[in-house]
Structure formats: structure tokens, C-alpha cells
Design a protein around this ligand. Sequence first.
Ligand code: NAP
Length: 278
Amino acid sequence: MARLLSGKEVSAKVLERVAEEAKLCIAAGITPTLAVIIVGSCPASRVYVNNKKKACAQVGFRSLEYALEEQTSQAALLDLIRQLNEDGGVHGILCQMPLPRHIDEQAVCRAILPQKDVDAFHPENVGKLMLGEPRFLPCTPAGVMELLAHAGISPEGRHMVIVGRSNIVGKPMAMLALQANATVTICHSKTRDLAQITRQADILVAAVGRANFVTAGMVQEGTAVIDVGINRLESGRLCGDVDFAAVAEKAGWITPVPGGVGPMTIAMLMQNTLAAAK
Ligand code: NAP
């Protein structure tokens, strides 16, 4: 039976550390400040934004929310970002994705000043990560690395198989794992014989966005299984990409959903905001 990798527990420790360091910043006259932009009224985005604001309050940061209407033009959004870029009292800026269809997400990522881009989505920050000199660590992959470190699972020399190649999760996950000396395989929807590849993983990261996608037959005995997926079932219940009950019988370690990678992502965002303020 797999041991549980609890993001709830590990993120609480990260947040404690961030709160301690924030006190020093505040004593020096700088209150770390995160500006959060949300466009439209997607319920999932609202939950994420609220969780980020809650985490800010928990570690003593100031958070500013800019809730814009669904019909907001791209020009108006870029204008707001320009103002926040110029505001010396704002250290981190994030725009909750996804954005309404009429807004070009890449243009928004490019508009945020790289020094305030605490999500690490700006091409300059993506490039710096690729070169092995990251300014900010990408939050979700960094959260995965922190979870592994906490469990004493070193990626060095291990085979990490990542299912998913998005710019937010799969690709930066591969970069961080590579920098930690893992041997990395990235799989996607065109990968042939996926199960044959995932069964070779020492560390398996699922970032697909499909409930119960990773079955017990896709996992070898003892693997550390990291479930990045967040899927809402018709019943309203949240679940990951991994068939938790069956895979837990075989895996060495497993993350739950909720309470796994999700809280780690937010903790890493707080860590980046602190770094930006510093
Ligand atoms: P995404 O952009 O939709 O990417 C999904 C990836 O899965 C794509 O690369 C896709 O391949 C691959 N895929 C789809 N079907 C597949 C199949 N049958 N076999 C193999 N690969 C397949 O999603 P994302 O933004 O990376 O997010 C993935 C999941 O993580 C979602 O559930 C999301 O909500 C969740 N998430 C969680 C957190 C967190 O903090 N826990 C953060 C971000 C995202 P192609 O590229 O070939 O289409």
C-alpha cells in the first residue's frame, strides 16, 4: 500500500517558512504584495483566486484583487497590467487563467513585467528556466519537486515519466526534473503504447486533465505517483487523473486530490511573491 504524500502538510510547512521571512520584510518596511486579476465569473477560477488571497493573508502578505467583467477588452486588461507593472508597491502580478476567448493569453503573459511574473509564464522567465537559471520557479512543478524532496525521493538518476506537455505543467516539470538529474520522458496524446512507457517510471507525474486516466495497469510496483489533475465529477466531487484506490495498492507513494499538488502550487506562489518583494 502506497504512502501518502500530503500536500496539505508540506504546504503548511512552506507557508510557515514564508510567513517567518515575510515578517523580516515587513519589519524592513516592505509588505509583500500580490495583485490578482480575474476576468469573468468562472466558478473554478473564483475558487483558485480566493485560495490565493487566503494564502496571502495567512503569510502576512497584502493581496489586491482586480475582478473584471467577462466583456473586458484585451486593451483594458493590458492597460491595468501596465499600471500594476509601474506600481512600486506591487511585487507580484498574476492573471487567473483561462481567460475569455477574445483575450490572447500569451499577450497577457508577455505584458506582465518579468520581475513581477510570479507564475513564471513570461517568455523571458520560461527561457531562463530552460537555461537552468530560473528567476521564479513554475509553481505547480516546483510544488511537485518540494513534495518529492520532503518525502526523501531524489529524482537524480531516476526515470520521471510525465504525462502531459502543457506550458504550465508538463514542459516546466520536465525542465525542473532534468535540472535535478532525472532521466525524463514526456508523453502526450500522440504517444504510442503509453502504458508500456508509464510502467517504466520511478516517478510518474500525471497532468492530463482526465479523471481516473492512470490505472493500476500503467504503474509499476513502488513508483511515486504524483497526480496533478483536478477534475470535477458530475457529482460535484473533485478527483485527480489517477485511479487513486487501485493505484495506491501498487505505488510506493501517491498524492491525494484534493490535498496533494494543489496546495503546493499556492505555497510556491507565495514563495515566489516573497522572492519578488525581496
Ligand atoms: P492541458 O493544457 O489540457 O494539457 C493536457 C495534456 O494532456 C496535453 O499535453 C495532452 O496532450 C495530454 N493528453 C490528453 N489526452 C491524453 C491521452 N489520451 N494520452 C496522453 N496524454 C494526453 O492541461 P494542464 O493545464 O497541463 O493541466 C492538466 C491537469 O492538471 C488539469 O486537470 C488541470 O486542472 C490540472 N492542474 C492542476 C494544478 C494544480 O495546482 N494541482 C495546476 C495546473 C493544472 P496533447 O498536448 O497532445 O494535446
